[in-house]
Design a protein around this ligand. Structure first.
Ligand SMILES: CC(C)=CCC/C(C)=C/CC/C(C)=C/COP(=O)(O)OP(=O)(O)O
Length: 316
């Protein structure tokens, strides 16, 4: 069983200030995930914000305008910082609020911090211009940049005592991360292509007459772009269905957080499925009120019950 912490553990003024910094980063930058994180009780919300702020830093290095060798050096510096966090070598007066908050979060919750090493490995794959021939290849990348976040988050959420099949919880958290990442890849096709990146597997592209590097509405003549998108949407839906098996293992508010995060992304997927070409024009997003609605449904358990039942029925 994974330990759950519901009480607010003692945090000194510098640690509280460090968490406030991370919560501000999360509120400003996590356009989708903040809706779920807000549903958590204070200690878990703070810990998730610390994880988010650290992950945001890693991601921003990868996506930024620096030369590749500078990015690699920065990523290795961040890995060294992570090693200090893991070793308890960051004290509360350290000048880096993200390191202070993460150190505290990792003292309170059993967060498998190695997952952040995996995130750094994934972003290094980006910087080195890795390409993916098959879904199995792409899965390796998605596990690093998203599956690992699911496993790290599970350390914060914990699992319910006596939950059935709980030994598979990390696997389901990982799978949910893959579902989110594949949705994210579909949503960001244009933005990524403009940055010279194609994540969709080359063999899937070839099956539908598409080639790597298409940017904007320049899909080759005769290519079945909608077919390609529908194929990947089906794959993402299967991953969501599998990952949702995690939900009955979580307490109500952690379940609500996951349901809100996943629910918002599933709605993005619905939109993409209805209008595949929209991703060639720009980033598909949901209005704030729809995200808030999904979050409220998550809290009341409405967004997850039918999915969990359907998944179980399909498996029976
Ligand atoms: C069990 C559990 C909690 C699983 C979920 C794990 C999780 C939150 C993975 C994140 C993967 C992902 C799509 C990141 C994109 O961030 P981004 O900053 O590009 O996202 P945005 O553009 O949509 O805001």
């Amino acid at each position: 069983m994974i330990r759950t912490v519901e009480f607010a553990p003692h945090a000194s003024a510098p640690v509280l200030a460090a968490y406030s910094y991370c919560e501000a980063v999360t509120g400003q930058q996590a356009r989708n995930f903040a809706y779920g994180i807000r549903l958590l009780p204070t200690p878990k919300r703070r810990a998730m914000s610390a994880l988010y702020a650290f992950s945001r830093r890693v991601d921003d290095i990868g996506d930024g305008a620096l030369a590749d060798d500078v990015k690699i050096a920065r990523l290795e510096e961040t890995r060294a910082l992570l090693t200090r966090v893991r070793g308890g070598a960051v004290d509360e007066d350290d000048t880096d609020p993200v390191a202070v908050a993460l150190t505290h979060a990792a003292e309170v919750f059993p967060i498998p911090l190695d997952g952040l090493d995996e995130l750094i490995d994934g972003v290094l794959m980006d910087v080195r211009g890795e390409t993916y021939e098959t879904w199995d290849d792409l899965k390796v990348y998605c596990r690093c940049v998203a599956g690992a976040i699911g496993r790290l988050s599970l350390g914060v959420f914990g699992t319910e005592p006596g939950a059935r099949g709980v030994e598979r919880a990390p696997e389901y958290a990982d799978t949910l991360g893959l579902a989110l990442q594949l949705t994210n890849i579909l949503r960001d096709v244009r933005e990524d292509a403009e940055g010279g990146r194609t994540y969709l597997p080359a063999d899937d592209l070839a099956k539908f007459g598409c080639s790597a590097g298409f940017a904007g509405p320049t899909v080759p003549e005769g290519a079945d772009f909608a077919g390609l998108v529908h194929f990947e949407v089906r794959r993402a839906r299967a991953l969501f269905a599998e990952g949702y098996r995690l939900l009955p293992m979580l307490d109500r508010r952690s379940g609500a957080c996951v349901a809100a995060m996943a629910g918002i992304y599933r709605r993005l997927l619905d939109r993409i499925e209805r209008e595949p070409e929209a991703v060639l024009r720009g980033r598909v997003s949901l209005p704030g009120r729809e995200k808030a609605y999904v979050a409220v449904r998550g809290l009341s358990g409405l967004d997850t019950r039918h999915v969990t039942r359907r998944t179980v029925r399909r498996r029976a």
